[in-house]
Design a protein around this ligand. Structure first.
Ligand code: PEP
Ligand code: MN
Length: 368
């Protein structure tokens, strides 16, 4: 029987090699993972989409009978990445009922639509990795296309994002993107993929823990019997023993305690948030008054010297108060952008000039 993501029990642990390299490699990994007893699904890339044409591309369809036997003889359900309708059909032919769309597939709506259509009428469970760029609509769009094709057992996999400043990661986690996805879609399990976020073994414990701390439902980790000799993603794969150690080293948070231990603090936070909002409202009121003066005296809305001063002062004060400079800077940029937008509205409504400008988010670099 295949486990279902809907109605899943935590933690959903998925492990297996990046690529299917040989029958022996698949069996050896699967046996060790089965013996460990923690893994719900064995993962494997049968068709690897390599960035360069000379990269090892996986065993292809030849791996599927092996995977089928891993499921039936070892009792370990398997999941495989698919990128085309033909690959979807091949999985079905071998009675493999769980797959995932990789980051470079999710990014392509046409490809997702064709795969979804090829799975119509089947009970395939599908995980959808985030697209390579932090574009929530593309990620959600893939889910919508699968739903439209009648596939209902879906889960999200967060594998980080390709950015030019990813270091020390291979793919920057930009955790806020996954958090926003989870906020919008509590119905889908969210599985972390520390292997592809980290790109190296050393970061795996830290990234796994971060995902679990953010209430992720599970982890997908690349495991290989001899990682150093792996034909793809060698630096990030770990042995089955290391996988066991990783699992015993991280903390799996329990479901929120019903003992009210957080209640007192939360009441205090709620009160503080109300005060902060009231202060922001007062600040916005003053900002509107200023807009009228600027209109009357024909002054520019943005006065760069003043803005530089406000920002520098806030960062300085924040430091004295023990607040992180990046936080204060982002916060002030947000406040300033909203204030400029409001002043622009005031001017427009008082008929000073017509064009509205969108300052929202200007300069605001959301960070994890
Ligand atoms: C993979 O899981 O092996 C893989 C290729 O991942 P991604 O699509 O996240 O790059
Ligand atoms: Mn990989």
């Amino acid at each position: 029987m295949y486990p279902k993501f809907s109605g899943f029990t935590r933690p959903i642990l998925i492990a297996g090699p990046c690529a299917a390299e040989s029958e022996a490699q698949l069996w050896e990994t699967a046996k060790a993972l089965k013996a460990g007893g923690d893994v719900l699904l064995f993962r494997c890339g049968s068709w690897k989409m390599r960035s360069r044409p000379d990269g090892f591309a996986g065993m292809g369809e030849a791996s599927l009978p092996v995977l089928q036997r891993i499921r039936t003889e070892l009792g370990l359900p398997v999941c495989v990445e698919i990128a085309t309708p033909d690959q979807a059909a091949a999985l079905l032919k071998h009675d493999i009922r769980c797959c995932w769309l990789g980051a470079r597939t999710t990014v392509n709506p046409q490809q997702v639509a064709e795969i979804a259509e090829s799975l119509r009428g089947t009970d395939m469970s599908v995980m959808v990795k985030n697209p390579v760029a932090p574009d929530l609509k593309l990620w959600e769009g893939a889910f919508e296309r699968l739903l439209q094709a009648g596939l209902t057992d879906l889960a999200a996999v967060h594998r980080g994002f390709s950015t030019s400043d990813a270091a020390p990661y291979r793919n920057r986690p930009l955790w806020h993107v996954a958090i926003e996805f989870k906020r919008r879609h509590p119905e889908w399990a969210m599985i972390g993929d520390p292997s592809h976020i980290s790109g190296c073994r050393q970061l795996l414990p830290e990234v796994s823990q971060q995902a679990l701390n953010l209430d992720f439902d599970g982890l997908m980790i690349e495991v290989h019997p001899s990682p150093d000799y792996a034909l793809s993603d060698a630096a990030q794969q770990i042995t089955p023993d290391e996988f066991t150690r990783l699992l015993s080293g991280v903390r799996f948070p329990t479901v929120p305690a019903a003992d009210g231990s957080l209640q007192r603090y939360r009441a205090e936070l709620d009160e503080l948030d109300s005060e902060i909002l009231a202060l922001f409202a007062r600040r916005m009121h003053v900002s509107r008054e200023i807009a009228l003066v600027k209109a009357e005296k024909s002054l520019p809305l943005l006065q760069m010297d003043r803005w530089r001063e406000v920002l520098a002062d806030a960062v300085r004060q924040g430091e004295v108060l023990g607040l992180d400079a990046r936080f204060v800077e982002s916060l002030m940029q947000l406040v300033h952008a909203a204030s400029l937008e409001e002043q622009e509205n005031v001017l427009r409504h008082s008929g000073v000039y017509g064009g509205g400008m969108d300052y929202s988010g200007s300069g605001v670099q959301k960070d994890e």
